[in-house]
Design a protein around this ligand. Structure first.
Ligand code: FES
Length: 137
């Protein structure tokens, strides 16, 4: 998915997602993003996968880990967290009121969204993995 073809997006259909702390912003037409088979369609993880933004997802996006934990900073169109997600988030490091699982938080309408990927989480520490917030292509 290219970030260059946003000129032809009809008015009112633009979705803009900024991933912190990188500050990388991606744009696409609402409803036109191909499903990348990770997490729920149009989830933050799905968007990240489409644009090559690294967001860990150890369980493959089925709400069975917390490696896709993000803080939702902006965006009124994110789906409500379900009980499964809330139960799983209780196990996440650095849980905040705006904590979401990237694989479960779905963009439901056009608009601006900002999410922050925590610099570390419990799985990185327990698995001894290096901090990896760089893009994977
Ligand atoms: S990828 Fe495992 S809960 Fe989201």
């Amino acid at each position: 998915m290219s970030e260059a073809n946003t000129k032809n997006i009809p008015p009112g259909k633009l979705v803009r997602v900024t991933f912190l702390p990188e500050g990388r912003t991606v744009e696409f037409e609402f409803g036109a993003l191909p499903y990348e088979h990770h997490g729920k369609p149009m989830s933050i993880l799905d968007v990240a996968q489409n644009f090559g933004v690294f967001l860990d997802h150890a369980c493959g996006g089925v709400c069975a880990c917390t490696t896709c934990h993000v803080w939702a900073k902006e965006g009124e169109g994110l789906s409500e967290a379900g009980d499964d997600e809330l139960d799983r988030l209780d196990m996440a490091a650095d849980q905040q009121l705006n904590s979401r699982l990237g694989c479960q938080a779905v963009i439901t309408k056009p608009g601006n969204y900002v999410v922050e990927i925590p610099k570390w989480n419990r799985n990185y520490v327990s698995e001894g993995r290096p901090l990896a917030l760089t893009e994977q292509k």
